[in-house]
Structure formats: structure tokens, C-alpha cells
Design a protein around this ligand. Sequence first.
Ligand SMILES: C[S@@+](CC[C@H](N)C(=O)[O-])C[C@H]1O[C@@H](n2cnc3c(N)ncnc32)[C@H](O)[C@@H]1O
Length: 368
Amino acid sequence: MRLPELVLRFRDRMVARPDFRRWAGGFWATRAMSRQRAASLFDLAAGFVYSQILSACVQLDLFAILAEGPQKLDALAGRLNLSPRAAEQLLEAAAALGLAQHRQGGYGLGPLGGPMVGNVAIAEMVRHHAMLYADMTDPLAMLRGEGGGGALGRFWGYADGGRRPGLGAEDTAPYSALMAASQPLVAAGILDAYDLSKHKVLMDVGGGAGAFLQSAGERHPALGLQLFDLPPVMALARARLGAAGMAQRTSFHGGDFHADPLPGGADVISLVRVVHDHDDDRAQALLGRAHAALPPGGCLLLGEPMAGTVGAEAMGAAYFNFYLHAMGSGRARSPAVLMRMLRQAGFGRSRLLRTATPLQTQLIQATS
Ligand SMILES: C[S@@+](CC[C@H](N)C(=O)[O-])C[C@H]1O[C@@H](n2cnc3c(N)ncnc32)[C@H](O)[C@@H]1O
């Protein structure tokens, strides 16, 4: 609950005064809150250092090494190809961040290091963040569009307002691989939240190399499959779904969803991590195309990280919005905004479904 504006102004004036902050830091009733705020502010100021420490751990494969069991510093230094002093510095930092832990006179996995073991999705995202980090070196230049950056825009070949002329398979392969790495978790969240068994044909629009379609097809063996993405992505999708033995039940449609109508034939369409990539006019037009491609009573599944996710507000407003700004288009939208856009596109009813990890994916189901 927000405090009334007058109270907030009084608080702002008091907290801005060094003598008040000193007093609040010493007074028994405000001491804990004051320390906690100071620590939160310090973490904001130091966050990039923590991220780079995580990046070093990922690049050195530290979590796989510690998964073998606790090890002494000298042994770890040798395996990490670092001097004992540098290894100690990294491991102490990792321990303080919960990534490693002091164990049996050496170091083992910490509570946040355990979930990193074999977690290709997070590891690839951490590696990928080198580009975002480069683009945000001068955050004001990025916000004012005064040049610099551009690494993410080049990586996502379809960004910067439209398709790059001459976009080829070699341009789309790295981003399709990055998306496919994180897709199993996203797919499980969506497929657990919405039961596709009553549907006949699913078309995944912007489906990349077909990882979501593969998960849906494995869970529902009778479901017909359609994939729509840019033409250069089709070869990757054919290879992936072919290797999974699903090429026969899939129809592949290469096209531009900003310009081409979507093919008919599906009674359910999914847009997974697609809408947030696009500015409002293009996103609205895409929802309109999805509506036009569905039969009356057809179903749209819109799954992506959304703004205003309770307990993860910074994920949408800070992380995704800056990521998408650096990329060149799109924004994180709240469920309410997306539902309004769905209504404008012609969908009659829409509802937010519960997913296991809303931080990663929220899901809206709409009926045409
Ligand atoms: C962020 S990726 C998401 C991929 C996949 N749905 C997933 O969640 O892993 C966005 C996808 O939209 C596709 N895409 C972008 N612009 C497109 C366009 N104009 N027409 C068709 N597909 C497009 C990209 O090629 C990419 O596969």
C-alpha cells in the first residue's frame, strides 16, 4: 500500500538530510530498516561487479567443477588456470554472493551455484550479457540514441524497426540457438499452465528453431504442428524437428509477420517471447494477423516475461526495457496492456493463466 503523498514528501525531505540518516542509523526502531536500505543501495551501485563475477564463474565452468565435490584452493587454482591469489579472490567473492560455499577446508557449491550446474539456459544468457554490458557502457548515450552500442541490434538481425535486408541463415543461427537453449523451461511452464489436448493444430508464430513446437509435439503426439518464422530460420527448424522425428507432422512457413498474412489451419496459435520484441504498432498488427488466421472460437497463447510481475518488478521495467531499448525495438508490457491490445485485435475473452515461474514467463490465453 502506498503512503499518502504528503507523508511521502515528508519522508523524502527527512531521508535527504544527513543528520536524520545518522540518527535513523543509530535509533533502535529504525536501525534495521536503515541498514537494509543502505545495503540495497550499495547492491544497486555494485551490481555490475556481481554480474561480472558471475560471468567469470560461467566462463571458467566453475559450477561444473564444484559439482564434483568440495575442493581445496590450490587444486581449484590449477583447474581454473588462475594464480592462487586470483582464484582465492574469485572464490571468496563467489562465496559471498552465494554461488560457492566454504566447505571441508576448501570450496563447494553455494545455494545459488547449485542451480547453475548444467543450466545451459542461464549460462548462455550470462555469456550473452557481454553484448548488453557493452551497449550500456554509456547509458545516457544509449537513452539519447547518440551512438555507441549496437551489439544487441546486430545480434538480433530482425530488430531496429524491420528486417535487415539480406538477412541470412548465418545471421539468425546464433540468436535462434540462444533462444532454443532457454526454451525447455519456458515451454514446460506454458504447457503445464495450458492443456493443448483439446486442440488439433498448433501454429507457433516466431517459433525460431522449433524448440517450443517440439516440446508441445512431444507432450501431445496427436497434435498437428505449424511453424511460422523468417525464411532463413526455416532450415534450422527443419533440421531440429526432423531430428526429433516430427518433420512429417509439421508444416513450415517462412515469411515476415509484419507484412505477410499468417496461414490458416490452426485452432491454436502461440506467440512465445515474440510480442515484447516489437513496438506498439507492429505488435498490435501482429495480434490482428493472429486473430485473422484463427477460426471463430480459436485460441491464442501469448507467453513472455511481462511488466509489473509481482515480486519481480525490476525484471520488466529495468532489465527487459533496457535490454529491448539496446536491441532497438519493443518493450515489456503488463498483462493489462496486452489484454487491451488483444481486445483491439478482435479477441473476445482473455485471461491470465498461472505459470510456475512468472519471472520467466507469464501466459495469457485469448479466445477469438
Ligand atoms: C525472441 S525470439 C523467440 C523465439 C521463440 N519463440 C522462443 O521463445 O524461443 C523471436 C523470434 O521471432 C522471429 N521474428 C522476428 N521478426 C520476425 C518477422 N518479421 N517475421 C517472422 N518472424 C520473426 C525471430 O526470427 C525469432 O525466432
